[in-house]
Design a protein around this ligand. Structure first.
Ligand code: AMP
Length: 214
């Protein structure tokens, strides 16, 4: 089963993708994670996209489609596309890539949340440096002993683009360039909407119900 998690920054796509990996053995493909990895390993491409990411703008379709194509080359299935596609051109490219592999997209889950909740979530967000587990100062704080519940690491990072200015731009990009994908996948009969504002377990249950129907 191949699925897309669609939603604005802070909707909880990464958290839910990680759950699907654990529970169903699916493979998470996050273009945001791939780009951050390219940045931290200092590749030419990583250097080129760093400033764009920090401003909260989208990097070019060519770069992200290339990253996804590379991952799909190895074959397999059971992909969760997290943060990709973000434009109609990316959606078309993904359709073509899956077609070429003889695979299909089974479901697109839109995680719906309101903007105010996003600002609160994103500015309180931190990530385990060891395993990428996501924490939130308010709803899911780092344990009092300062160790990650998943891997025991003691270092946590905040994303450079998780600040108010970047977030405003990321939301603008979402509404201008990504939200048209809601209509696109709805028209194809592939869209399910879940309430992204609920507790993590409740959102997971809604996603499970949507996937069972797909
Ligand atoms: P994310 O971790 O998904 O929030 O992505 C972080 C940043 O990486 C975004 O704000 C963009 O600058 C860039 N990015 C990630 N995925 C894409 C994509 N599919 N298309 C364009 N830019 C992307």
């Amino acid at each position: 089963m191949n699925i897309i998690l669609l939603g604005p920054p802070g909707a909880g796509k990464g958290t839910q993708a990680r759950r699907l990996v654990e529970e169903r053995g699916m493979t998470q493909l996050s273009t945001g994670d791939m780009l951050r990895e390219a940045r931290s390993s200092g590749t030419e491409m990583g250097k080129r996209v760093a400033a764009v990411m920090d401003r909260g703008e989208l990097v070019t379709d060519e770069i992200v489609i290339g990253l996804i194509a590379e991952k799909l080359e190895g074959g397999g299935g059971g992909f969760i596309f997290d943060g990709f596609p973000r434009t109609l051109a990316q959606a078309d490219a993904l359709g073509a890539l899956l077609d070429n592999m003889g695979q299909r997209l089974d479901a697109v889950i839109e995680m719906r949340v309101d903007d105010e909740a996003l600002v609160a979530r994103i500015t309180a967000r931190s990530t385990c440096a060891g395993c990428g587990e996501v924490y939130n100062d308010i709803s899911r704080p780092i344990p009092a002993d300062g160790t990650c519940v998943k891997c025991g690491a003691t270092e946590f990072t905040r994303r450079a683009d998780d600040n108010a200015d970047s977030l405003r731009q990321r939301l603008m990009e979402y509404y201008k360039k990504t939200s048209p994908l809601i209509g696109y996948y709805h028209a194809k009969g592939q869209l399910s909407v879940v309430d992204g504002l609920g507790e993590i377990d409740a959102v997971s249950a809604e996603i499970k119900a949507a996937l069972d129907k797909a």
